[in-house]
Write a protein that binds this ligand. Structure first.
Ligand code: CO
Length: 293
């Protein structure tokens, strides 16, 4: 009975001071920071190291910060569990786990090229979680930009691609980049990339599998250039299914490689995802760092 009487005023003090009880991870506590890298994913283990390399580099760049990975594609996630027993969470699940593990500041970095549908989906999750106060919320949650969000990004990527492929541009050569493409308005970034690439070389061409410019749009421009030899390169983070099949499959008459050969070009395919390029990963890290400033 006596003990209770002593404790009561103490409890009242905490209840009115608010902070200690209302926010389990309040201002007095050390912030616990985490980065969540969010990728579409790929079921091809040989293509996955591009994403894993970005995760490793984020760990090196932010040594006191937890770095985790999530995939957005359920088809790919389920396939990896089935084939390799490797479980990769969705962004929603990974963020819930970070919250449960006591992280207070979370920085979400997508590995997408354009701010399209996939990016919008991630942004919705981040916005929803940012609206939660109290026990189940984060003190801060922020979303990084995809690879291309403005003219500077396009110019930066064009400069990187020039440094990487300038030896494939001499004489009668050209380089054709195959992007994914989207019905989303952000698909316009592929046209912006074409213009940014034209500033560094008149032998760079962009086409997309599912958007504009199409293969035919690209092929028309390529023909006017007078090039006879073409190097095909995926304008995608990982050289997965689209790069290996839609772009480079020599057995498939519908692949870009076969169709360009049909048009009379000598064609080589460079099956290297943009994520395998250290300079491209540095651009993503730059977008991530901007969230911390
Ligand atoms: Co696709």
């Amino acid at each position: 009975m006596k003990k209770l009487l002593i404790l009561l005023p103490l409890a009242a003090l905490f209840a009115f001071s608010g902070i200690a009880f209302a926010h389990g991870h309040g201002a007095e506590q050390e912030p616990r920071k985490a980065i969540l890298v969010v990728s579409f994913g790929t079921s091809m283990p040989e293509a996955r190291h591009a994403i894993d390399a970005l995760v490793d580099e984020a760990r090196k760049a932010f040594p006191d910060t937890e770095v985790r990975l999530a995939y957005t594609s359920n088809i790919i996630r389920h396939k990896i569990v089935k084939e390799e027993g490797l479980y990769i969470p969705t962004p929603m699940e990974a963020l819930a786990k970070l919250q449960d593990d006591g992280f207070t500041h979370v920085y979400v970095q997508p590995t997408h090229i354009i701010p399209g549908e996939e990016f919008d989906d991630i942004a919705r999750v981040v916005t929803a979680l940012a609206s939660i106060d109290g026990k189940y919320g984060f003190e801060r949650i922020a979303l990084g930009n995809p690879l291309l969000t403005d003219s500077d990004d396009c110019a930066d990527l064009a400069a990187i691609l020039y440094r990487t492929y300038q030896d494939k541009l001499g004489g009668d050569q050209a380089v054709v980049f195959m992007g994914h493409g989207s019905p989303h308005s952000a698909n316009a970034f592929y046209s912006q990339m074409q213009l940014a690439l034209e500033k560094v070389s008149d032998r760079f061409f962009v086409g997309t599998v599912e958007g504009f410019p199409s293969f035919d749009d690209m092929a028309r421009r390529l023909e006017k250039s007078g090039a006879r030899r073409v190097t095909l390169v995926p304008l995608m983070i990982v050289a997965g299914d689209h790069a290996r099949n839609d772009m480079a499959d020599a057995e498939d008459p519908q692949s870009w490689l076969s169709m360009l050969k049909e048009h009379g070009y000598r064609v080589d395919a460079d099956i290297t995802g943009l994520g395998e390029n250290g300079e491209v990963r540095a651009l993503f890290l730059q977008h991530l760092k901007a969230l911390f400033d």
